[in-house]
Structure formats: C-alpha cells, structure tokens
Design a protein around this ligand. Sequence first.
Ligand SMILES: [Zn+2]
Length: 556
Amino acid sequence: MSYLVLARKWRPNTFSNVVGQEHVLKALINGLDQGRLHHAFLFSGTRGVGKTTLARIFAKSLNCEQGVSSTPCGECQSCLEVDSGRFVDLIEVDAASRTKVDDTRELLDNVQYAPSRGRYKVYLIDEVHMLSTSSFNALLKTLEEPPPHVKFLFATTDPQKLPVTILSRCLQFNLRRLDIGQISGHLTTILKSEDIGFEPDALSAIAKAADGSMRDALSLLDQAISHGSGTVKSAKIHDMLGNISQQQLYQLIEALISCNGDAVIQQSQDLSVQGRDFVQVLNDLLSLFQRIATLQLVPDLNTTELEDADTLVSFSQQLSPELTQLFYQIALHGKRDLPYAADPKSGFEMTLLRMMHFQPADVTHHIETPSFPTPKSKPTEKKTAAKVNSKNKPAESTPTIEPPPTKPTVKVELAPEKAVESTTSASITTDNWLNLINSLKLTALARQLADNSAFVDFKDNNVTLAIAPELAHLASKKPQERLETGLSKSLGQTIKISFVDADTYQSSPTLATERAEHAVADQERAKASIHNDPTVDAIKSAFDARVIESTIKPIK
Ligand SMILES: [Zn+2]
C-alpha cells in the first residue's frame, strides 16, 4: 500500500469527514445550506491543516449537479472531477510563485468570465500575503465588486502582512493546528478500517512528530506502514523518527533523580548507538519537564487523560519544583548550545552532567534522601553554618541558587571561624574581654556601649574601659548600669566600670573594630570562594550568567 493510495483514499471529501476546524465548517455549512454565502474567505493557519481540502469540498458543494448544499452527492461529474483534482472551475494559485501584478491581472481578467463547467468559480489563493502591492490593488478592485459567480478562498500563514482593505472584505477564520488527540484519533480510524495492526504509543509518536499537520501525519503513517511491513509498531516509529521512546526518557529522568552518573552516560551511549537525534531528545526532555512542572504547580489538574499519569505524578513528587525549573532551563540552554559542542553526543552529555552537578542547597529533592554526605567536620558540637552540598565540595562554602534560575544570584555561606566560648571565668582579661561581652544579654544602648569599649584593666571588682572621645556619649548612666549588671551576673561578683579616653590609654581592640575587620576578611574569603567554585563556573556557562558581586554574603 503506497502513501498516495492511503492519503488519497482518506482525504476528506465531505465536510463531515474533516477532522477539527469545527468553527470554520459551521460557517461554511450554514452559509451553503441557507444560500447566504460570503464571497471571500480568509483562512490563516500553518501548512497541512486542511486549507486545500476545505476549498475542494467547498467547490464541490457549490457545483454539485444535484444543487448547492453542504452535502454534495460525490457521484456526479462535477463532484468526481473536483475529487480527482481536474475541475476547471477550481483555480488553485500559489501566490508565493505568482507575485507579479501581470500574473494577478491575467488571473483576475478571467474572473469576469462565467464558469466553464459549474455554477461558481472558486479561487484558492495560497500564501496570499506574498502578493505585491499592485497585485493587491488589482485584487481589491475585484473584491469591491465581485462577479456573482466567483468565490475566493485566501490562505495565509501570515495574515498580519495583508492590507486592511483586503482583510476588511473577507470573512476570516483561523485554522487551528490539529492536536495530538485529533490526529491519533484519525489515524486510529484509518488503521482500523484498513485492518492494519498498530500500537497506540506509535500513533501518539506520529501525531507529535506531525506537529499539527494531518498531511504530515498521513505521510508519516504511510512510511511507518512500509517500514513495519504492514503493522505500525512503536519501536519502528521511534527508529524512523530518530525519536527516544517514552520508556527511555523515563529511565533517563530516573538516572538524573538518583544522580546515577553511570546510568546517565550509558543511556547517552545507547541513544547515540541507536542514531537518535539529540535535539529531538532534548525537546522530549523539555516537554517532559514542562508536564512535570504543570503537575507540581497545578495540583488540581485532572490527570485522567494524561499519558503515563502515574509515572509523571511520581516524578513530580521526587523533584522539587525549583529543580524541575532548573532542569528545564538547562535542557533549553543545552539545546541552544548543541551546535557549538564538539559533537551532538558530547553536548548532550554535558547537558545531563550539568543537571546532575546541580544539587544546590536550596534546591533539594522533596523525598528525604539521606545520601548527602555530611561535611568533613570534626566530631565536636561546633555547628557549621555552611549548608552541605551533595558533592564533595569543601564544607566551607556553598552557593545557593535563587529561582528564577535564568539569572542566578549567588550567596555564600561560611562556617563561623570560632565558636564562642562561654565565659564563666571570674576574671576579665584582654584575652577574654571580647568573648565575654559578646556573650552578655544587653539592651541596644548597653550593647552599643559594650561593643565600642576596649578593655584596659581589671582590679578589685573595678573594670577600666577605654572609649573613643567621639563615642563617649554612649557611656551615659543607664547603659553603663546595664553593662555593669550584665558583667556582674556573668562573673558572679559586683562589677563597677570606669571609663577613660581611648586616645590616651593603650587598650585592646573593641568588638566593633574586631567585627569590622572580620567582616572585610569574611567578605574577601566569600568572594574568593565564589570565584573559585566550579559549580558557579558551571552555572555561569550554562546560563550565560554573571555573579552579582553585591549579592555575595558571608554566612553569619
Ligand atoms: Zn455531485
């Protein structure tokens, strides 16, 4: 069985056989049956959605020897001629190849003559937006005073390019792309009638590949039948289309979720051996991530008609919404960069490795996976503030990614250098002063005073502190009393404080100056850590991103 036989045999020859486009059919059928038909129709829409088919049925309806109706007999001479593409009063023009005004004029000159065989001449002008301005002017004259025996069907993929004067004289319809269900449903009908065996997954794959065009779907179906020696099997279809099967796709996602590098590389190798088109595989991954994200973000979604709903729901629970978004972005960028990779397979592998590489601290799996190694910290109760990366990265710092991930900003978290030792020693010294006041619970003003006071001397319950002259106002009565109370509680003895001028006394650093110096050092370390981090490098190259320096912050 050849494609021509199949396509011709199954080309709709009545309005009731047309798949989809109900809104257009309704207008045409009503117009024909009520004898009130507009003289010019404009169909916009992509290739293969049924423009020529509609024009033929329309011409047949107008010219059937049994009379004008939406249900032509299909048996009279006129009907048969239209069906076989030989009807002289159906004039098909491809404007893309006839843009000269002379051509249009020649065409329009003939408009005036009565039809040779039927009641009406039907002009189908495809890609009508390609006509030149002067051709449009010639056409406009005809449209302003159309001969009663002429109907125009204009088709275009780009209605924006048509002059308003033309648009305003046409009844406009947008021919929709056929959806996967409509196409696979029609293919199912055909195969059942032809008594040809098939697997439903195979028809879905054809419908997806046809991208809204029934003509492409029928062409693919015919190839599939000859490939599969009479049956339509999914494995054959995936071979034919260079596609990845859904099962392979799911295995790939599972390997990514479990961070199984061996499996990821093996599957990439398998796909390469099978001669898969890696752009197509990335498209399939994108489509899958999109469906997973939809499930995550539209929880009330009706999943009954969803293909492989259980698997998708399971993925949507194993991946966090943020990670799904990130994987989508990485796949998108991977597709964009594929032509620049050394070869498609290595570009594809890099894309998958990037996905695996990212286990950012804020983007963890929903499922509690205890597999993340803990940092190599010594078994002390010292708490590290650094969030732990799943990879063997230094525990010192971890960038966090803040969705949306297209322009990641980066924060750095640093472990505190020293844990605060609790101070209960009964003495105050230069060495313990900073830790001591740091541990006190103080009101805001007393805290300010303590932080800016340097230790000078401690003798007989009396503490001498130095304060800079410009901060001397901090040492007012209330804050001083609060600081004394705090120190007394901490040391278990009554403490009195006296202040001296910091400029005239040799004193230890204050907590405030110490903090400022630490902050500068921490900031420098944080910056260095970010700029030397391979994960950050990977993010930068994956997203064409840059680090926003001002967002680098050491962890408190
Ligand atoms: Zn007829």
